[in-house]
Ligand binder design. Structure first.
Ligand code: C5J
Length: 220
């Protein structure tokens, strides 16, 4: 067992029964011309965490832990994209429209790929999810159960949307989850701060939070 300094109290886990869940570190959110940018956001806020995510991913791979990458991704016919999601707001390009990196948030398009710096390697799970939560309309729970996973380490974007939703889903399914606070980001820094606080409030009502240094310390 490994124990790391975390909020609201220490988090103990075994690498063999823990997965690193990397939420939606895809070009659509992190590079100009994708979904995040069409909604009017400054995507450079998100790219700032990439080097820290790379360090954690490297250490986790060396430790032999399971890695799961998710992508927010819709079928080419958009049959898994509810009109309410496609029509929401006033983006410059909607889900399924053709942008500089191909069709926005559509499977197989260049913009839908995980950024090169965190590209999946053989043996890692890549999960396409049509919703905010990684467990919604996916087989993630079965994949984790089949591998004996009980604990999850979260990183990725955006903190208050897909990361938080996935952590809450994980909590309801019985996983102990920890968010690596410097490996997640929001287009709205105050939303990130509030999310980190609410996740570990009330005795860890959703889970734990810790900076990546706390994890790296115990991985060696
Ligand atoms: C959003 C996400 N923000 N991955 N998706 O729409 O957080």
């Amino acid at each position: 067992m490994k124990t790391i300094a975390a909020q609201p109290f220490t988090f103990s886990f075994a690498v063999a029964s823990t997965a690193l869940l990397i939420i939606d570190m895809q070009r659509d959110f992190i590079e100009p011309g994708g979904f995040g940018a069409t909604l009017g956001n400054d995507v450079s806020l998100l790219s700032a965490i990439v080097p820290t995510c790379q360090t954690v991913l490297g250490a986790w791979r060396r430790a032999g832990g399971l890695v799961v990458h998710t992508r927010e991704s819709h079928r080419t016919d958009l049959s898994d994209c509810p009109p309410s999601k496609r029509n929401r707001g006033a983006p410059t390009l909607r889900i399924g429209d053709v942008g500089p990196m191909g069709r926005i948030l559509v499977a197989g398009e260049p913009g839908n790929q995980i950024i090169a710096e965190l590209a999946p390697v053989a043996g890692e799970i890549v999960l396409d999810k049509p919703g905010k939560g990684a467990f919604y309309a996916t087989n993630l729970h079965n994949l984790l159960q089949a591998r004996g996973i009980t604990h999850l380490l979260f990183m990725g974007v955006t903190t208050e949307v897909c990361v938080q939703t996935s952590m809450r889903e994980a909590n309801d399914r019985g996983y102990d989850s920890l968010l690596l606070t410097d490996c997640t980001e929001s287009y709205f820094p105050h939303f990130k701060a509030a999310t980190v606080e609410m996740l570990h409030a009330q005795g860890g009502i959703v889970g734990w939070t810790a900076p990546s240094a706390a994890l790296l310390d115990v991985l060696g």
